[in-house]
Design a protein around this ligand. Structure first.
Ligand SMILES: [Zn+2]
Length: 89
């Protein structure tokens, strides 16, 4: 997978060349919330299963992160990202 960043529990890493993409930081912070809500084992099991079953582009955890980073990028209406993640897992 060619991705600009990766999240591991409450820490995320971004490639140097992507470090100025604010939507990428937002995207990875969504994954931090997903990790927290699902707990590490739950997140890892679900993430791997989704990638295997749906592929990266259609994995629901990724689609949620992309939808929210697009919302951020487009300056969408205010919403609690934490509540959104919790309700939509
Ligand atoms: Zn992602």
């Amino acid at each position: 997978m060619d991705v600009g960043g990766i999240t591991y529990t409450d820490t995320y890493y971004v490639k140097k060349e992507a470090a100025k993409e604010l939507r990428l930081h937002f995207h990875e912070l969504v994954h931090v919330l997903q990790w927290r809500e699902l707990a590490p084992q739950g997140f890892i099991e679900r993430y791997i299963r989704e990638i295997q079953d749906f592929g990266y582009d259609n994995a629901p955890l990724e689609k949620m992160a992309y939808a929210l980073d697009r919302h951020y990028q487009s300056k969408g209406r205010h919403l609690s990202v934490e509540q959104f993640v919790r309700k939509n897992l």
